[in-house]
Structures are given as structure tokens and as C-alpha cells.
Design a protein around this ligand. Structure first.
Ligand code: IMP
Ligand code: MG
Length: 192
């Protein structure tokens, strides 16, 4: 779906709250689910040497909240990739910031991303981590999974919520780099 054509080239210019058409997930709902995910992850990785890799920038806030509920001696790293270039539709190419590749040789890796959409980003990351960076095992945790056909079939090991094929913002996710700091997840008003 071409969200950008519907939303326009500039973020709306009202206050952030006024730009939101609908709240999909409240801050409370998100936090409750994060508690459940953290318990599952803690159980699954007990006794393993875990490295968490957050996909910047969207996964920042989710990762910060999730990891503070996981009492394991894990390592945290980040990876920076680009596939959207400021729009709302994937360009089909995932570019890595080479300087930011994490040191995960021989490690159990849990990749954390904000949202699974086309699958291209997480497919490129798992491929690179397994085949070029030498990770022992790569699993995936996403806060949101859009229920739609994907360009790459990705089956995350941990999913916060399934959502419809809508463009969402907040809790780390942006439209033209805005709205990441909203405490909830919502849908933008069309037309600014
Ligand atoms: P994919 O490669 O198409 O799966 O895209 C994944 C990345 O696109 C995510 O990590 C997000 O940064 C971004 N993205 C996909 N859908 C949305 C959305 O609805 N709102 C904000 N960002 C999104
Ligand atoms: Mg992202």
C-alpha cells in the first residue's frame, strides 16, 4: 500500500497528539505485553551467552523497556540499516552501516526490531549475522508484525502484537523521523 501518497511528504504540523487518528496500542497495553515477552525470553536464554542486537532507530525504545525486565547477564549491541529512506514504502534494498556491525562471532544472538513489514530488513540482517558475522544462532523478536504477504518469509521467535497493514507511529516508530517519542502506537491522520 502506498502510505506516503496518502499521508503526504511532510509530517503534519499540529501537536503530536492531534496528528493521531487512532490509538492502536496504549502505553499500558504495550508494557503489559513486554512483561510477558521478557519472561519468555528470560526462560529461553537462561544459562546461554546472549547478545541482543537492536535495529536502530525504531527498536530503541522497545529494546530499552524490554531489556530492563530481563535479568540475564546479556550483552547489548546495535545495528544500523536503511531501507526506507524517509518514506513509508520499502525500497527493496537493505544497506548496512559497515562500521556498526556487531561482534557476534560464535554467540547466541537475539535481534530486536520494532516492526516486521516486508521482511526484507530482518532477512538481510539474519543472513548477514549467520553467514558473514559467524553467529552461532540468530533469533528474532519484533514488537509488531503486520499481517500481510511478505517479500521475504520471516518467522519471528517472539512477537508482541499482530496488526493490520497500516502505517503506524510512536513507541520508536516514525513518519519522516517524527513521532518516535509517543508513548503509545497510533495511526496518523491522512492529509496533514
Ligand atoms: P521491512 O524490511 O519492510 O520488514 O521493514 C522493516 C522496517 O521498516 C522496520 O524496522 C521499520 O523501521 C520500518 N517500518 C515498517 N513499517 C512501518 C510502519 O508502519 N511505521 C513505521 N516504520 C515502519
Ligand atoms: Mg527499523
Amino acid at each position: 500500500m502506498d502510505f506516503k501518497r496518502r499521508l503526504g511528504n511532510h509530517p503534519p504540523r499540529r501537536s503530536m497528539d492531534e496528528d493521531i487518528e487512532e490509538i492502536l496500542l496504549t502505553a499500558e497495553t504495550i508494557q503489559r505485553r513486554i512483561g510477558e515477552l521478557a519472561a519468555e525470553i528470560t526462560h529461553d536464554y537462561r544459562g546461554k551467552d546472549l547478545t541482543v542486537v537492536a535495529v536502530l532507530t525504531g527498536a530503541l525504545i522497545f529494546t530499552a523497556d524490554l531489556l530492563r525486565q530481563i535479568p540475564l547477564p546479556l550483552k547489548l549491541d546495535c545495528v544500523s540499516v536503511a531501507s526506507y529512506h524517509g518514506g513509508t514504502e520499502t525500497t527493496g534494498e537493505v544497506k548496512f552501516d559497515r562500521l556498526s556491525l556487531p561482534d557476534i562471532q560464535g554467540r547466541h544472538v537475539l535481534v530486536i526490531d520494532d516492526i516486521l513489514d516486508s521482511g526484507l530488513t530482518l532477512d538481510a540482517i539474519t543472513d548477514k549475522f549467520s553467514h558473514e558475522c559467524g553467529a552461532l544462532e540468530v533469533k528474532i523478536c519484533v514488537l509488531l508484525s503486520k499481517q500481510k504477504p511478505r517479500q521475504k518469509e520471516i518467522m519471528p521467535d517472539y512477537i508482541g502484537f499482530g496488526i493490520a497493514d497500516e502505517f503506524v507511529v510512536g513507541y520508536g516508530m516514525d513518519y519522516l523521523e517524527r513521532y518516535r517519542n509517543l508513548p503509545f502506537i497510533g495511526v496518523l491522520k491522512v492529509g496533514g
